[in-house]
Design a protein around this ligand. Structure first.
Ligand code: ZN
Length: 244
């Protein structure tokens, strides 16, 4: 089984299409979506349509999806995120808003090896940035491979008898040891924040025990242009160019 892993797409259809094209070329069996389908970008409806068409084996909601669906207010958001959330609520068709509202909270078990969540397996909104946070998250994880998003940083944490460590980050291939426990973030499709503006996603091959953290160039200027035209905050357009 080879999984396409997507998270933090954030209504960036240019980035999503580039990832889907690349993944189609490489080949996969099923898709997993770890939340934040919308919020920040200018194409929430097109992105929701693409995800529905993918028919993911599992999908969980993100914090931005909850606000866009009207399940939570935007009080915890900063001014830019809040402005984008309100714009997104307005832009979504009622059908797409309903679809977002039905997305389950993580964690969701996918198969005997894999589970998915948005922030962490103990709290869907918690951020896991470092090995200490990863150790806590892995104590709650029920499967040997736990996939998460939310931080927009592509990272692999590995737990062994020696403890929990950062095993990889950025664009790379990781071989997953039998008996190891892993917490994996594929990085953000639609709003990378690790200084690399290319879209990020992952391919996880359960049988070969390989994980590829992949980066793909996409037409950033087109996504920026749409953000400006939509009247969304300029900061959201600017950050796409720097990947911050
Ligand atoms: Zn996000």
């Amino acid at each position: 089984m080879r999984y396409l892993v997507l998270t933090d797409i954030h209504a960036n259809v240019e980035a999503l299409d580039a990832c889907l094209d690349d993944a189609h070329r490489r080949g996969y069996d099923a898709a997993l979506v770890l939340g934040d389908v919308v919020g920040y970008g200018a194409d929430p409806n097109a992105v929701v349509e693409r995800i529905i068409a993918l028919a993911p084996a599992a999908v969980v909601r993100g914090n931005h999806d909850k606000v866009a669906a009207g399940l939570e207010d935007a009080e915890g958001f900063n001014a830019v995120a809040k402005a984008a959330a309100l714009w997104t609520q307005d832009a979504l068709t009622s059908g797409h808003r309903d679809w977002l509202a039905t997305l389950p909270a993580g964690p969701s078990l996918v198969d005997a090896a894999v589970e998915i969540c948005h922030g962490s397996p103990y709290d869907e909104d918690a951020y896991v940035f470092d090995a200490v946070g990863a150790a806590r998250a892995l104590r709650s994880a029920r499967q040997p491979i736990c996939l998460f998003g939310h931080t927009h940083q592509p990272v692999v944490f590995e737990q062994s008898a020696k403890g929990t460590r950062l095993a990889a980050s950025g664009e790379t291939r990781v071989r997953l040891r039998a008996g190891g426990k892993y917490l994996v973030n594929p990085g953000a499709v639609g709003q990378p924040r690790d200084g690399d503006p290319r879209a990020a996603y992952a391919l996880l091959d359960i049988d070969r025990r390989t994980l590829d953290l992949i980066r793909v160039s996409y037409p950033v200027a087109d996504a920026q242009e749409k953000i400006r035209k939509a009247g969304l905050p300029e900061a959201l357009a600017l950050r796409l160019a720097t990947g911050r």
